[in-house]
Design a protein around this ligand. Structure first.
Ligand SMILES: *Cc1c(COP(=O)(O)O)cnc(C)c1O
Length: 450
C-alpha cells in the first residue's frame, strides 16, 4: 500500500453479535448529548458487501464500476476495491486515491464532459487509458495529451438530459463526426457509455432507445475499423433489489439482441447510489422550534380552517450534508430518536430547516412527525450518496463512525476483503461507555491506514 504510512485514516468498530446499528446510533447520541450535540454519520461497511452480493446474484453479466463522485470516503473505496470493483473518476484527486488503494489502472475510467488538462496528463502518466469523450474539443485535448487513450463515447439519453437540464453526451449524428475525427487523429475508440438516472419513469423505453443507439455507434465504429468492445450502461440503480430487477428485465433482452454474450463485448454499469446510499445514516439535533398557525376563509360555512404546523431547525442543512436538496432531490422524512416513544403519539404537519434562516435551507418541506422538543435527535437513513463529499459540503466535515458486524466481517474476509494489509492495529475495546443506559459496544477497533 502506497501513501502516508502510519497515519490512521479511519477506525472501524467491529460490533459484537446482537448489537445493531440502532444501538450504535443510540450510543453516539448518548455520547454527543454530553458534549456539543454535533451531527454525526454512522457508516455500516457490511452494507457495501451485502449490496455487492445482491448485485452479483441479480446482474452477474454487468461488471460494476463505482463512480467515486457518489461517496469518496476512503473506507468505501477500500472495501469496494477489495471486492474487485472498477472505478469511475472525474478528476485527479479521485484517480490518485483509487490508485493508492491498489486498483489497477486498467480498472479505472476517467469520465467527465470537460476534463482539466492536468487531469488528462495525470491519467496518461499513470496508465489510465479509458477516457470518456463527448465532443470534438475534448477529443483534440485528449489526442494532444494522451494519444494512447482508449475512448468511450458518451451518448446522450433523453432521461439524462431531462435530469440535468443540460445536454450531456453526444447525439448519434455527432457520434459519427467524433468517430471520424478520432480516426483522423489516430485515437482509438473502444466503446460507448450512457447514463439513465433513477428518476427516469419509463425504463423500458429509455433503455430501448439508448441500447439501439449504442448498437448504431458500435456499427459505425466497426465500419471505421475500431475494435468496439466495451459498453457501459451507466448508473441509475436506487439500491433496492426490486428496482435492480426492474432494470435487469428491461435491459437483458436488449443486451441479448444487440450485444449478445457471443459478441465479446464487455458490459459495464456504474452503480453509485446502489452501493453506498443505504450504508450511511445521519443523526442531527433539533436546535430550534416554531409553531405557525395558518388560517384561511372557509368556503364551507362553519368549518374549522386552522392548520398548525411545526417548524424545526436542525444543526445541519442544505449547505452541509443535505446538499443534494439544492440540486433538486427530495430528502425523505427522518425517524425520531426518542426516549421511550409510545406508538400512539399524534403526528403533526412539520417542516425541517437547516440552521441558516435562509429560504433555501429547507431540508424537508412537509412531513408528519410527533411533536419534538429542542435537543431531540432525528435520524436520516439512506444518506450515503453525495452527502459526505467534501466538495459539496461547506460545513466542516462531520464525524463518521464506521462499523461492521462481526458476522459481516467474517463474510467480507471470505469474499476477499482483506483490509488487514492496511490494518496495523486491531485493538480489543472494553465497553467503557460514558452512558450507563446503552447496551452498545464494539468488540474491537480496527485502525485502518491507507
Ligand atoms: C452520478 C452518475 C452515476 C451514478 O449514478 P447513480 O444513479 O448514483 O448510480 C453514473 N454515471 C454518471 C454519468 C453519473 O453522472
Amino acid at each position: 500500500m502506497k501513501g502516508l504510512a502510519d497515519k490512521p485514516s479511519y477506525i472501524i468498530e467491529l460490533l459484537e453479535a446482537g448489537v445493531t446499528l440502532d444501538d450504535v446510533i443510540d450510543g453516539h447520541i448518548c455520547e454527543q448529548t454530553l458534549v456539543e450535540k454535533s451531527a454525526f454519520v454512522v457508516g455500516d461497511l457490511g452494507a457495501l458487501m451485502q449490496q455487492h452480493a445482491c448485485w452479483q446474484s441479480t446482474v452477474p453479466q454487468l461488471q460494476p464500476y463505482y463512480p467515486v463522485k457518489c461517496n469518496s470516503s476512503p473506507a468505501v473505496t477500500q472495501v469496494l476495491a477489495a471486492l474487485g470493483l472498477g472505478f469511475v473518476c472525474t478528476n485527479k484527486a479521485e484517480m490518485n486515491m483509487v490508485l493508492e488503494h491498489g486498483v489497477p489502472p486498467e480498472h479505472i475510467i476517467l469520465s467527465g464532459v470537460c476534463k482539466q488538462l492536468a487531469h488528462i496528463k495525470y491519467a496518461a502518466r499513470n496508465n489510465i487509458q479509458y477516457l470518456v469523450c463527448e465532443n470534438e474539443a475534448e477529443l483534440s485535448k485528449i489526442s494532444r495529451l494522451h494519444p494512447s487513450a482508449k475512448l468511450l463515447l458518451q451518448l446522450t439519453t433523453e432521461a439524462h438530459a431531462a435530469e440535468t437540464s443540460m445536454a450531456i453526451g453526444s447525439s448519434l449524428k455527432s457520434c459519427r463526426h467524433l468517430l471520424e475525427a478520432a480516426k483522423e487523429q489516430g485515437i482509438e475508440v473502444v466503446g460507448v457509455t450512457f447514463h439513465i438516472p433513477s428518476s427516469c419513469e419509463d425504463l423500458q423505453q429509455a433503455y430501448t432507445h439508448a441500447l439501439s443507439d449504442a448498437r448504431c455507434v458500435f456499427d459505425m465504429g466497426l465500419d471505421l475499423g475500431f475494435n468496439m468492445n466495451i459498453l457501459d450502461i451507466g448508473g441509475g440503480f436506487t439500491g433496492t433489489e426490486f428496482q435492480l430487477k426492474q432494470v435487469e428485465s428491461a435491459v437483458r433482452p436488449l443486451l441479448d439482441a444487440y450485444f449478445s454474450p457471443m459478441s465479446g463485448v464487455q458490459v459495464l454499469a456504474q452503480p453509485g447510489s446502489f452501493y453506498v446510499a443505504s450504508a450511511f445514516s445521519l443523526a442531527v439535533n433539533v436546535i430550534g422550534k416554531k409553531v405557525v398557525t395558518h388560517c384561511w376563509d372557509s368556503l364551507v360555512q362553519g368549518e374549522n380552517n386552522e392548520d398548525t404546523e411545526f417548524l424545526y431547525y436542525m444543526n445541519e442543512g442544505v449547505y452541509g450534508p443535505f446538499s443534494r436538496k439544492l440540486v433538486g432531490n427530495s430528502i425523505a422524512a427522518p425517524s425520531v430518536h426518542k426516549r421511550g416513544l409510545c406508538a400512539e403519539e399524534t403526528a403533526y404537519p412539520s417542516s425541517l430547516w437547516g440552521p441558516t434562516l435562509d429560504d433555501l435551507d429547507q431540508v424537508v418541506d412537509r412531513c408528519l412527525l410527533p411533536q419534538l422538543s429542542v435537543g431531540d435527535w432525528l435520524l436520516f437513513s439512506n444518506m450515503g450518496a453525495c452527502s459526505l463529499d467534501e466538495s459539496l459540503s461547506c460545513s466542516p466535515q462531520l464525524p463518521v463512525y464506521y462499523t461492521v458486524s462481526t458476522s459481516d466481517w467474517y463474510e467480507m474476509q471470505e469474499a476477499g476483503v482483506a483490509l488487514d494489509s492496511a490494518m496495523k492495529n486491531f485493538s480489543m475495546v472494553q465497553p467503557s461507555f460514558a452512558c450507563p443506559f446503552t447496551k452498545y459496544y464494539a468488540v474491537a477497533h480496527l485502525t485502518v491506514f491507507s
